[in-house]
Design a binder for this molecule. Structure first.
Ligand code: BTN
Length: 328
C-alpha cells in the first residue's frame, strides 16, 4: 500500500525532511498521490511536519503494527511483511499463504489472535492490542537434523530483542520459554512442512508471542500466576512496534548466521538458560521423574541427573519440564 511505502520512506529519514518530489520519484507515483497517503497517515495519528523547500518529516508515531512501521526492505526476515488486525493464528496464516512458493522470510504480524496456538496443543491467549504475535517463514539450507535448533536460537533472538528495547535481558526456561522475574514472558512455536514425496523441507514457521501490556485480568486466572508482561515487569509498556522491529532485526541476524554460527549460538543459549542447575520434574508420556538439570548438550537437548540415580539426555519433543522451585 502506498501509505506504508510513504511511511517507510519517512521512517528511514529518522526525522530528517524529505521532499514530496523525492518521495514521488522514489515510489513512482504522482505528488498528489503522495500527499493523499500523507493525509491518510495523519488521520491515523501520525504527526508529520512540513516546511516549504524542505519537505516532510515524521515527528511522532502511534503504536501501530503496520507494514509501514515494521517493513525491513532488503532484509531476509520482514522484507515481506503482512500486518493484520486480527487472525486465528499467525502460524496458520503463514501456512495458508505457503500453498505455492513460500517467500523466504515472509512475516505475519497480528494485533490479536482468536486461536493462538502453543506447544503440545495448548492455546496461547492473545488479546487484542496487548501482545506481539509474529510468525516468520524460513527456508534454511541445511540437513533436516539441524532445523530443530531454530527454536532454541529463536529464544536467544527474543532475549536480544527485549534487551535492545527494554535494557533488561530475560532468561530461557529449557527448551524455549522466555522468562522474566521467574514467569513466562514469551512462548515460541516452531512448525515445519515437508514435501510429502521426498521428505525435503519446504519451510519452517517460527511463531513468537511476547506479552507486552497484559494485566492479570488479560491473562486469566489459570495463566496469570505463571505469566508476565513487559508492562508488569517494567512498570510501563514499551511500544509494540518497537519490540516488533527489534525482533525482526534479531531474527534476521539469526537467519543470516544459521546454521554456520552454531557454536556461538549454543554458547549464548547456555548463558541464557535458567534451567541448568535447577531441580526439575520431567513429564514423559509414561509418567514423571525428578532430577536436576545438569547442562545443555550440543543439539540443545538437556542432560539430567535423576534423583534416584543415573543420568539421561532428554529432547524437547519427548518431554515437558516443570521447575520444582517456581515456574523455572
Ligand atoms: C508456547 O508457549 O507453547 C508457544 C506459544 C507460541 C505463541 C505464538 S504467537 C504467534 C504464533 N502464532 C501462534 O498461534 N502461536 C505462535
Amino acid at each position: 500500500m502506498l501509505r506504508d511505502d510513504v511511511l517507510t520512506l519517512l521512517r528511514q529519514q529518522e526525522g530528517e525532511p524529505l521532499s514530496g518530489e523525492a518521495m514521488s520519484r522514489a515510489l513512482g507515483v504522482s505528488r498528489a498521490a503522495v500527499w493523499k497517503a500523507m493525509e491518510a497517515l495523519r488521520q491515523e495519528g501520525y504527526l508529520i511536519s512540513s516546511a516549504p523547500r524542505k519537505g516532510y518529516w515524521l515527528e511522532e508515531s502511534p503504536d501501530l503494527l503496520s507494514a509501514g512501521e515494521l517493513a525491513r526492505p532488503g532484509r531476509r526476515v520482514g522484507g515481506e511483511i503482512i500486518c493484520l488486525d486480527t487472525v486465528d493464528s499467525t502460524n496458520n496464516e503463514i501456512k495458508r499463504r505457503a500453498v505455492g512458493e513460500v517467500p523466504d522470510g515472509l512475516t505475519v504480524v497480528a494485533g490479536e489472535q482468536t486461536g493462538g496456538r502453543g506447544r503440545r496443543g495448548r492455546s496461547f491467549v492473545s488479546p487484542p492490542g496487548k501482545g506481539l504475535y509474529l510468525s516468520a517463514a524460513l527456508r534454511p539450507e541445511c540437513p533436516l537434523s539441524e532445523v530443530s535448533a531454530l527454536t532454541a536460537w529463536s529464544a536467544v533472538a527474543v532475549c536480544d530483542a527485549i534487551e535492545a528495547v527494554c535494557g533488561i535481558r530475560p532468561g530461557i526456561k529449557w527448551p524455549n520459554d522466555v522468562i522474566l522475574n521467574g514467569r513466562k514472558l514469551c512462548g515460541i512455536l516452531t512448525e515445519l512442512e515437508l514435501e510429502a514425496e521426498t521428505a525435503a523441507l519446504r519451510y519452517v514457521v517460527v511463531g513468537i508471542g511476547v506479552n507486552v501490556s497484559q494485566t492479570e485480568v488479560d491473562f486469566g486466572p489459570e495463566v496469570a500466576p505463571v505469566a508476565i508482561s513487559l508492562a508488569q515487569a517494567l512498570g510501563k509498556a514499551p511500544r509494540r512496534a518497537e519490540v516488533a522491529r527489534a525482533l525482526l532485526d534479531s531474527l534476521d541476524r539469526l537467519y543470516t548466521g544459521f546454521p554456520q554460527e552454531r557454536a556461538q549460538w549454543l554458547e549464548r543459549y547456555r548463558a541464557d538458560c535458567l534451567t541448568v542447575g535447577q531441580p526439575i520434574r520431567v513429564l514423559f508420556a509414561a509418567g514423571e521423574r525428578e532430577g536436576t538439570a545438569l547442562g545443555v548438550e550440543e543439539d540443545f537437548s538437556l542432560r539430567v541427573a535423576w534423583k534416584d540415580g543415573g543420568e539421561e539426555v532428554i529432547s524437547s519433543g519427548e518431554v515437558s519440564v516443570r521447575g520444582l522451585l517456581g515456574y523455572v
